[in-house]
Structures are given as structure tokens and as C-alpha cells.
Design a binder for this molecule. Structure first.
Ligand code: ADP
Length: 537
């Protein structure tokens, strides 16, 4: 028998309409490229999203059109999220750090019809303009008088473009499961692949994220995670659902700028990847500053290190919420929020628990399997391939005919992990990064985390390289912040933190490590570069 409740074919624009009605004056703060602070609120963002949607319709754009952004975290990007998706279009977020070949590939694959872009990114598209023929218009996120000289054709300013859009635009009813957003995987796992989110999956994801991350209605959220990286982990949707003040740093992501924004805008919750927090913590340490307003920080995208966790806790009294997910999961899979149980634990036990990637939020199922596909026990020790299933996890990649999941709907994340009896999942490694030494596995992540615990190591990367006897052995690449630190000293430091046979076969000092477009270490590059390093010895 079918339930008697109303059919639900949501339009994401309902979120910004809700925010306008219930939280019209909640602020949206953006630090613009020129350093100015721009202030607006949900009332205005909603009206301007309606204007954009109306203008796009007048201009002949229709449901299913893919319209891209090459933009930073600012109020205009937020308006585009709602204006484009709300009129039935698909907002495709491009990352400005992409290699030009990848950007070209992605724009062509998605068949973007418009690109909304920040003024400083004009040269990126000028270099690609002859190879991206689907793009009909370039809309610069600025006023008319701020448009620079450019070789791009059909260029408009955003302000000019939306000027004659209608503030009383009626959002259309959309088809069940209509698409609203498109993100490509960052390419650390091969060619970028598109993941096409729906209005329904995005709303379900946002609603679950609120509970899984303990977001409070009064939180003022610093959205450091870029809006081009998996829809900024859902903040642009759940922020307006709750009416949170949202603070956006634009391109000013250095420690001092973030510290100033946190203090001046009384930010209580901040979300970003570990490298961003390392910069903020270093700035605070070097300048004896305390993050007084901040209560919680959500850290994900890469593994949280003990050093970051401890410094937030001990020096700033800030709770760390460790989160794990991926583009294919919208992205949220698990979170690790403070529990009452943690309050009675020793610091060491508490930190050990907090370093785990956390428990699945409602809606996400997890399991681990061995190479044959048999499920492994949730005993905190057995590790295997991590598989996930749920309503905001992809079924297939964009424009692919094949399912990306098995017959029972399980998606293989490419991560290797354990799950303990309380449901806490721990990423051991990515399946392609785990080091297979003489048939046993060494976790590159664990070794890296141990290494960055050393006071003179700013960043560490462990890769498996060929070895004549053991097939593969780990080498450790470090960026040191003190010239005199030696290999012996690092080895000694690691020796009581990891098993003896895990100790790296060599330690190499480098000036910097290569990062991909979303800030993750580019291990493939390093593995290639050093692949014969131990063979030559
Ligand atoms: P890509 O798969 O292209 O690197 P994603 O942003 O989708 O891009 O990254 C997802 C992957 O990032 C996960 O599968 C996982 O390996 C890693 N990751 C995300 N969050 C964490 C975390 N908290 N700890 C460890 N790894 C993480």
C-alpha cells in the first residue's frame, strides 16, 4: 500500500526562499578580491538569485543546460548556485587550479554554455577560448565598469546581466530527480569524472549534514572549503536552511586573513582542509593570537593529524570535527563529533578516537570487504576495501552508460579502512597509496601523520617505491622548517610510533611537495619520480 503523503519533487530554490522568509537579515559576508568586505543577507541573495534565474530564462537557457562557474567563495557564487539550479539548469563548478588540459577536457565534456568567472581568472579562459566551443557567454563577476580588456568574446558583467531580471520570478516545478549540480573528481584518481547531483540528493545530504556535524542555528560559519570543491561540503545549502551567517574568504586564505575574519566576524564554526588549518595555526602560534570566538572546526578532505587536533584543543579550546567523504558522495560520509563518552576519557584516548574518520551519518551505509568481495568484521582491526551506499551517493558517472556501483548498489570508494564495533571508520590508506611490502601493508597516511608530529617537520609525504627484495618499501619526503634536522633524528622520532618494519628506507628533504587542484598531495607524481630510488642504492 502506498502512503498518503504529498509527492516530493523539490527545487533547491526552496532553500533560499525559506532563508529569505525566516532569516532575511542573516548576513552573508564576502571578502572580495580587492580586500574589501562585502555584506549582504539572505533577503537580497534570494532576490538576486531570482533575477539571475529570470534573466537566464529570458535569454533562452532551459532545464538541463550546464552553466559553469570559475569562481571563489563570494555572495555572487552563492546567488549562481540558486539562480542556475533553481531555473532548472545545472551549476558546474570549475576549479581555477586545474591544469589547462584538464579544464579544457572538463568544459568540453560537460558542454558548458556559460562560464561565470572572477576577473582575475580571465587569463585562464583566454588561453582556452579557441578550444571550448560550447561556451556562448562569459559573465564576469563584477560591475560593468570593472570589465578588463580581454580577448574573450561575448563578455558581460554579472551586475549588468542580472539588471533586467525579475525579482518576482516564480521558480519552476521540476521533474522528479532533476539534476542541479555537477562536480568532477579532482583527478588524483585518474581522468576527472563528473558526478551529477540532483535537487533531491542535495537537499537530503544537507539535512543530514546538519545533524551529523552538530551545526547550531546561531553558528556563524567560515566557509573556507571552496565552492568549487564538492559544493563546499553542502554549506551553501545547509547554511540557509538553518539561517546561519556565512563568512567567505574569497581568495584570502592565508593564516592572517583567516584569523582576522574569524575574529572580526565572530566566526564560531569553520570548515576546510588540513593544509589551510596548518597555516592558520602557524600564524596564531607565531603571533601569540588565540581563536577566541571559534568553537568548532570541521576538517576533512585529507586525514587530520594529531598535531592539528592537539593545537586546536590545547591552545585554542576549539573542538575538531573530523569528517570524511568524497565527490561521489556529495561529499559527506562520516563525521566524528565530540560525544559525552569522550569527556571521561584521557586526553590520549580521546585524541586517538578523534583521529578516526568517524561514524556514518544517517543515510550512508558502510562495509569493508576483502579482495574477493567478502564482508570483513567490524572489529577495528580487519581492514579492507571501503564500500558505501546511500541516497546521495552516485549511481553512475556523468555521461557514462555503466553503473559505478555493484548489483546491490555498493560503490567502492578506493579507500582501505577499518570499522570498529562502535561504528567508527578509520581510513588506513587509499588502495593505490598503500605500500605493499613483502605481502604486508603499510599505511602511508599513518606514517605521514607520525612524521608531522615532529616539531621540525612542516609537511610529510610517504610513497611506496620499488624494492628488489620486498617489492615495495616506503620512502619519506619531508619539508623541514629547521635546517639542522637530520635523517637519524627523524628515524629515532618515528621508531616508537610505528612498527620497526614500517620505518622508511630513506628520508628525502624537499623544499615543497606537489599538491593537486584541491590541495591534496600528488602522490602519483612523486611515485613516478622516485620509483627507482631504492633500486639504484
Ligand atoms: P579525489 O577522489 O579526486 O581525490 P575527492 O575530493 O573526492 O577527490 O577525495 C576523496 C578522497 O579523499 C577520499 O576517498 C579519501 O581518500 C580522501 N579523504 C577525504 N576525507 C578524508 C579524511 N578525513 N581522512 C583521510 N582521507 C580523506
Amino acid at each position: 500500500m502506498i502512503g498518503d503523503m504529498q509527492k516530493w519533487t523539490p527545487n533547491i530554490a526552496g532553500i533560499i526562499e525559506h532563508a529569505k522568509k525566516i532569516h532575511p537579515k542573516s548576513e552573508i559576508i564576502s571578502k572580495l578580491t580587492n580586500g574589501e568586505i562585502h555584506r549582504t543577507n539572505y533577503d537580497e541573495v534570494c532576490l538576486r538569485s531570482r533575477k539571475l534565474a529570470s534573466k537566464l530564462c529570458q535569454d533562452g537557457y532551459k532545464e538541463g543546460d550546464v552553466l559553469a562557474t570559475l569562481a571563489l567563495n563570494t555572495f555572487r557564487h552563492l546567488e549562481i548556485y540558486y539562480g542556475v539550479s533553481g531555473m532548472g539548469g545545472i551549476v558546474h563548478t570549475l576549479n581555477f587550479r586545474l591544469h589547462p588540459d584538464q579544464a579544457k577536457y572538463i568544459i568540453n565534456h560537460a558542454e558548458d554554455k556559460i562560464i561565470f568567472l572572477e576577473v582575475p581568472f580571465v587569463p585562464i579562459l583566454e588561453a582556452l577560448k579557441d578550444d571550448i566551443s560550447s561556451v556562448e557567454k562569459f559573465i564576469l563577476l563584477c560591475d560593468k565598469d570593472e570589465i578588463p580588456e580581454t580577448s574573450l568574446k561575448n563578455v558581460y558583467s554579472y551586475e549588468e546581466y542580472i539588471e533586467d531580471g525579475k525579482e518576482d520570478f516564480d521558480w519552476p516545478s521540476l521533474k522528479d530527480d532533476a539534476a542541479c549540480g555537477l562536480c568532477y573528481t579532482s583527478g588524483t584518481t585518474g581522468n576527472p569524472k563528473g558526478v551529477l547531483y540532483s535537487h533531491k540528493s542535495t537537499i537530503l545530504h544537507a539535512a543530514s549534514a546538519i545533524t551529523a556535524m552538530s551545526i547550531d542555528q546561531d553558528d556563524s560559519i567560515l566557509m573556507v572549503v571552496p565552492m568549487f570543491h564538492v559544493m563546499a561540503w553542502g554549506i551553501p545549502y545547509y547554511g540557509p536552511m538553518l539561517g546561519n551567517k556565512i563568512v567567505m574568504p574569497g581568495m584570502h586564505m592565508d593564516g592572517e586573513s583567516l584569523y582576522t575574519l574569524i575574529n572580526e566576524e565572530e566566526v564560531t564554526m569553520a570548515a576546510g582542509v588540513p593544509t589551510i588549518w596548518m597555516q592558520l595555526l602557524a600564524y596564531c602560534r607565531e603571533n601569540s593570537k588565540k581563536l577566541t570566538a571559534l568553537k568548532n572546526t570541521i576538517i576533512g578532505g585529507s586525514a587530520l593529524s594529531l598535531a592539528i587536533l592537539k593545537e586546536f584543543d590545547e591552545f585554542h579550546d576549539v573542538n575538531v570535527v573530523h569528517a570524511w567523504g568524497m565527490t561521489e558522495m556529495s561529499p559527506l560520509g562520516t563525521t566524528n563529533v565530540p560525544t559525552r563518552e569522550m569527556e571521561s576519557m584521557t586526553k590520549e584516548d580521546k585524541y586517538n578516537l578523534q583521529l578516526k574518520q568517524g561514524r556514518p551519518c544517517f543515510g550512508v551505509e558502510l562495509k569493508i570487504t576483502n579482495d574477493k568481495g567478502d564482508a570483513l568484521p567490524n572489529d577495528g582491526k580487519s581492514y579492507g576495501h571501503l564500500l558505501v551506499r546511500g541516497p546521495w551517493i552516485l549511481q553512475k558517472y556523468f555521461k557514462s552508460d555503466e553503473n559505478a556501483v555493484d548489483n546491490n548498489g555498493w560503490f567502492d570508494t578506493g579507500d582501505i579502512s577499518t570499522i570498529d564495533s562502535d561504528g567508527y571508520m578509520t581510513i588506513v590508506d587509499r588502495s593505490k597509496d598503500v605500500i605493499k611490502s613483502g605481502g604486508e601493508w603499510i599505511s602511508s597516511i599513518d606514517l605521514e601523520n607520525a612524521a608531522v608530529g615532529h616539531e621540525h617537520i612542516a609537511e610529510a609525504c610517504v610513497v611506496g617505491v620499488r624494492h628488489p627484495k620486498w617489492d615495495e618499501r616506503p620512502i619519506l619526503l619531508v619539508v623541514a622548517n629547521e635546517k639542522n634536522v637530520s635523517k637519524d633524528e627523524i628515524n629515532k622520532f618515528l621508531s616508537d610510533k610505528v612498527a620497526k618494519w614500517w620505518l622508511p628506507d630513506d628520508i628525502i628533504f624537499v623544499d615543497e611537495l606537489p599538491h593537486g587542484a584541491t590541495g591534496k598531495l600528488l602522490k602519483v607524481e612523486l611515485r613516478d619520480k622516485y620509483s627507482d630510488h631504492l633500486m639504484e642504492k
